[in-house]
Design a protein around this ligand. Structure first.
Ligand code: CMC
Length: 430
């Protein structure tokens, strides 16, 4: 078999670079020796053509609208599995046997409580703090509480830190919510499954009995599955870059949370719902669609477009179905915002601007409607994304740490600043 090569002609010389063929997806040109052989860098702002790592966790075919975790389509995982099974799959690479699943669930469940002293940490935040601000701080502080799982060279500690974060993230997220609304924290209930426990920690109060609605718990679980991992997106790349320096896993996940908060990434679910509320009624849609197309207006249709998907986001399709199931269960027949969302989607999908640019609804377009119906305020939407994505970040971080080829991430730049010049004393400056 002939090895594939890519040839670059640069300044009168010819250079060959190896080309790797992945199991699926486009070929990859290995340019790691480009600088040492040619003296030039590549320039790729936004990493639109750059594979930053080798990974066997998640695959996206953006053209076809396909998402696979360890080879399994997201539709099958969402319909037939549950979130903790997806966590196992992402971490270990295969679907668990019954014994493996029981053992994993037991290990995660045993870590759901947080150190009691962490309760006092919350009191340092203003009551009106955005829950994502609390998440950044509290998750970062985990490394101050769990020193015994910060040695990244110890495989056992890496796994304990991983289980701790998967288990504690719903507890911390629920605490951020309870603190935000001024209600007492609710301890985890280890009799319940992951999603039911989370709903109980968010919505129960000590004064009343709380029964988890199984339909809503199933919807919550599906939402967690849909957000579990998404290849080398901005927050995952942030986690990998932070981890490449040898930083402890809690600090790396806190870095990922900070990145996810932005409205172009995980913050889009909050922004999408705010936008639907602002549009308010179907008759206002053309005005907003016109604004989204106007280059002089910074407004964008939130929940539309994706760097990788140039087709319908497969998660959005499942999310749309979950939205209908939740609204039906809650007896919400005419949600005016759902009406606006469906009409907006219809108009955008037939508009030449959106067709040409391949802008389709992404997961965030419908997730906000579902989360709102479940009872979450918009400020919690990205927190829920964080809770679910933690496992993906951890799986990607572990893969990187366990890769013998791993080196610190250190991009270069196209420098366009001043050349070297001499310091001018203040009294001589013009
Ligand atoms: N509304 C109107 N125009 C858009 C939109 C939009 N939502 N998204 C992209 N465009 C236009 C953009 O103006 C540009 O036009 P032109 O080529 O004429 O300059 C073209 O489409 C390409 O956009 P881009 O910003 O270069 O694409 P990108 O790959 O850098 O950005 C994106 C991807 C998701 C940040 C962007 O589509 C966006 O801002 N969408 C709204 C925010 C959103 O829904 N984000 C959630 C993403 S899914 C969840 C996640 O992964 O976190």
């Amino acid at each position: 078999m002939t090895e594939k090569k890519a040839t670059l002609n640069f300044e009168g010389k010819s250079y060959d670079f190896p080309v790797y063929s992945p199991s699926v997806g486009p070929d990859v040109i290995d340019i790691s020796k480009l600088y040492s052989t040619t003296g030039a860098f590549t320039f790729d702002p936004g990493f639109t053509s750059t594979a930053s790592c080798e990974s066997d966790i998640t695959y996206i075919d953006g053209g076809k609208g396909v998402l696979l975790h360890r080879g399994y389509p997201i539709e099958q995982l969402a319909e037939q599995g549950d979130f903790l099974e997806t966590c196992y799959l992402l971490l270990y690479g295969h679907l668990p046997t019954k014994a493996e699943s029981d053992d994993f669930r037991e290990r995660v469940t045993r870590h759901t409580m947080v150190h009691e002293q962490m309760h006092r940490l919350f009191a340092g935040f203003r009551r009106d703090a955005h829950p994502m601000a609390i998440m950044c701080g509290v998750v970062g502080a985990l490394s101050a509480f769990y020193h015994d799982s910060t040695d990244i060279s110890d495989e056992k500690q890496r796994m304990i830190a991983s289980l701790r974060m998967i288990a504690k993230m719903p507890t911390i997220a629920a605490m951020a919510y309870k603190y935000h609304i001024g209600q007492p924290f609710v301890y985890p209930d280890n009799k319940l499954d992951y999603a039911s426990n989370f709903l109980k920690m968010c919505f129960s109060v000590p004064a009343e009995e709380y029964k988890v609605n199984p339909v809503l718990a199933k919807a919550m679980d599906t939402i967690f599955i849909l957000h579990a991992d998404h290849e080398q997106n901005a927050s995952t790349s942030t986690v990998r870059l932070a981890g490449s320096s040898g930083a402890n896993p809690f600090a790396c996940i806190a870095a990922g949370i900070a990145c996810l908060w932005g409205p172009a990434h995980g913050g889009a679910n909050e922004a999408a719902l705010n936008m639907l509320e602002e549009i308010g009624t179907v008759d206002k849609i053309p005005e907003y669609v016109a604004r989204a197309k106007d280059k002089s207006d910074p407004f964008r249709l939130m929940g539309f477009g994706h760097r990788v998907y140039k087709n319908y986001d497969p998660r959005a399709r499942i999310m749309q179905q979950v939205t209908h199931e939740v609204l039906a269960e809650l007896g919400i027949k005419d949600d005016p915002l759902l009406e606006v969302a469906m009409e907006l989607e219809k108009i955008a999908l037939t508009d030449p601007y959106f067709i040409e640019k391949k802008l389709y609804p992404n997961i965030d377009f419908y997730s906000g409607l579902t989360l709102r119906a479940l009872g979450f305020p918009t400020t919690m939407f990205t927190v829920l994304f964080t809770t679910a994505r933690t496992v993906g970040w951890i799986a990607q971080w572990k893969e990187m740490i366990e890769d013998p080829k791993q080196r610190i991430g250190r991009p270069r730049q196209l420098y366009t600043g001043e050349k070297s010049r001499d310091y001018v004393p203040e009294n001589e400056r013009k």
